[in-house]
Design a binder for this molecule. Structure first.
Ligand code: AHR
Length: 633
């Protein structure tokens, strides 16, 4: 017999409670959210021709070839290469771009092509751009007519005639001579909010549908880099797209199971776009910056304390970029990029998964500088990647002494661990720092194992764990699953919340768990108990309850991990209830069940139920997560 007591506990559910964590891992940005279809468009990868082929050119028989392209140096400070193409005859010299594991092209959709071109010698009067399908057939084309020796931008549009997940881009030339090319780019016209050069619509829509309270960006390990040189530097990710300096991605890896030598960060999706996306999806922006320590799983390179200034400057300048007046240096850049109004950023993260005295020492300097200038900004500090270990305890102890506001904790563990940890935060000091459960996900096999599955077993355990996050909203203020995205042909880490290929995406069972919490956060915590105790796994049952002051309803989340259906028979104390309620059920009788591109068997189903006076009496199916919603009168 459960008791739902609607008396106010005085504990608020923070609007940031259920958020999202984005990282450019698994081709999440380049090749994913950022809708650019051409890989290595500016020839700045370590091998300037990576991603490009010249099928009709034999590099070794210079005299036989009908054309040849090679990268040449340019005087641009960051976009250092151009492609010099020499077309010798009309025998069909072509350049081919392979896209990000192919290009996704949809029949009848329009694609915006752009290229910088400058004729050098001879007369190349036309450049033709064609999509080809896997068999090499042309499935859409357009041309531009370059003129003059100055590098100029040309644009055109392709209408695709066929749907193809693994299209290539073929470029050919009319006339002979030498021409320089750069920034060869194709975007679908149909991007999120129709922004040219924008983001993939289906993927942003999935984020929007989570109703996220915050967006943490740009990572993860990519914030830190394998070396300090390779850390994420936000200033290189803003301004004109062609002026953003590309770097190697931290997940460009020789990783045994999924090598990705072609993984670079172009920063087409940069900090401006992250702030803009946060605004679009109604999420508080939560940028995380390097604290001056490279990934401690790699080199762990550290900037000497005496040389920390540029890192600190990056943090204070970022706040000016996000919030400063348009008359300030960085506020002006934001305005020039199209957003005169401040982004109203309230949080900043210092370091990702850094640990030990070196972190704490650096954190103190950041804190002093940031709060010296911006006392109202909330700084999120880290506790390292090893929950409950020696470093974790050290971090918590030292950061607590400093009176930090929020500490980020990360958990990648088994389903059992997650279920058992529904009580984790019951023990946390109510007067200490708040918690950001910033990365967590059930690992069905081992951390990041290629055999991990996004199955119902994991999702159900996460739902159970999350009851503990919500019941402890007094301590836990922000939470996010990780990683967010994975390209089906280009991932480095599993499991992931949303899977996509070049045409489609699907939501995992874990996604729907997040969505149910994110769309039903409530505003105030209330107590749901059994025999006076919180429901934290007795008979496999986990529960949490909130009221929502805006919608005037009570929302009870119940997770039943047992193999038997269980009646709630919940007597409600306090307000009167409406005569009917809604129950949203996410379930499967098969713990191994997964969603896929072809089918999503695990999706929330909504139905109505009748109330019996002040009793909520619903049956919670075996192995299910239900959200019960009743209007208060
Ligand atoms: O989410 C994948 C990685 O896991 C993140 O980059 C890092 O923060 C953590 O170790």
């Amino acid at each position: 017999k459960l008791v739902l007591n609607l008396a106010n506990t005085g504990i608020k559910i923070q609007p940031t409670m259920y958020g999202i964590f984005f990282e450019d891992i698994n081709f999440g940005a380049d090749g994913g959210l950022y809708a650019e279809m051409v890989k290595n468009r500016s020839f700045e990868f370590d091998d300037p021709l990576m991603g490009w082929k010249q099928p009709n050119s034999d590099r070794h028989k210079l005299n036989d070839k009908s054309g040849y392209a090679s990268a040449i140096e340019n005087d641009h400070p960051v976009n250092k290469h151009l492609l010099r193409v020499q077309v010798k005859d009309d025998k069909g010299y072509t350049l081919v771009n392979e896209g990000f594991r192919g290009m996704g092209v949809k029949a009848n959709d329009l694609y915006n092509v752009s290229v910088m071109a400058a004729n050098q010698e001879g007369n190349i009067s036309q450049i033709k751009f064609q999509f080809t399908d896997a068999a090499g057939n042309i499935i859409g084309e357009t041309t531009v007519s370059p003129s003059g020796k100055e590098l100029k931008k040309y644009t055109a549009q392709i209408k695709a005639t066929k749907t193809e997940a693994k299209a290539n881009l073929k470029i050919s030339f009319t006339g002979t001579g030498t021409i320089n090319l750069d920034m060869i780019s194709i975007f679908p016209q149909d991007t999120w909010k129709g922004r040219p050069g924008g983001l993939r619509k289906d993927l942003v829509q999935k984020l929007y549908d989570l109703n996220p309270g915050f967006l943490r960006f740009p990572g993860g390990c990519i914030v830190e880099g394998r070396t300090l040189e390779q850390r994420y530097q936000w200033k290189k990710s803003v301004g004109k797209v062609e002026d953003r300096e590309l770097i190697i991605n931290r997940w460009n890896t020789e990783f045994d199971h999924r090598p990705a030598p072609d993984y670079f960060q172009t920063f087409g999706l940069g900090f401006y776009e992250y702030f803009q996306m946060s605004e679009d999806i109604g999420a508080e922006p939560l940028p995380v910056l390097s604290c001056g320590i490279a990934c401690q799983f790699n080199t762990g390179e550290m900037v000497p304390m005496a040389e920390l200034d540029p890192y600190i400057q990056d943090a204070t300048d970022l706040i000016e970029f996000a919030n400063g007046a348009v008359t300030t240096k960085w506020g002006k850049l934001r305005s020039d990029m199209g957003h005169p109004k401040p982004f109203n950023m309230k949080y900043i993260g210092v370091g990702n998964e850094q640990w030990g005295p070196d972190y704490v020492e650096r954190y103190k300097v950041f804190e002093k500088a940031i709060h010296g200038k911006y006392p109202d900004i909330t700084i999120v500090s880290g506790s390292g990647p090893f929950p409950d270990g020696e470093y974790f305890d050290y971090g918590w102890k030292e950061l607590s002494k400093l009176g930090v506001k929020i500490v980020d904790e990360h958990f990648y563990n088994t389903a059992e661990w997650f279920k058992n940890s529904a009580t984790r935060y019951d023990k946390y000091d109510r007067k200490g720092p708040k918690v950001f459960a910033g990365e967590y996900a059930v690992q069905s096999k081992a951390i990041a194992s290629p055999e991990n599955k996004n199955n119902w077993d994991g999702a159900l355990a996460e739902a159970a764990f999350m009851t503990g996050l919500e019941r402890n909203a007094e301590v836990v203020n922000l939470t996010s699953y990780a990683p967010l995205f994975a390209h089906a042909d280009g991932w480095q880490w599993t499991p992931d919340l949303i899977w996509f290929n070049n045409l489609k995406s699907y939501a995992t069972p874990n996604y729907y768990v997040q969505q149910l919490y994110g769309n039903n956060p409530g505003t105030d915590l209330v107590a749901v108990t059994e025999g006076g105790k919180a429901i934290t796994g007795q008979n496999g049952l986990f529960a949490t309850a909130v009221t929502d002051k805006n919608t005037k309803e009570v929302i009870v989340k119940v997770v039943n991990t047992s193999k038997e259906a269980q009646r709630t028979n919940m007597s409600v104390k306090g307000n009167k209830l409406a005569k009917t309620g809604k129950i949203i059920t996410l379930m499967s009788d098969n713990l191994s069940a997964e969603n896929s591109f072809d089918a999503e068997p695990i999706t929330p189903k909504e139905s109505e139920f009748k109330l019996n006076g002040s009793t909520i009496d619903v049956t919670v199916p075996a192995q299910s997560f239900v959200v019960i919603k009743v209007k208060l009168s």
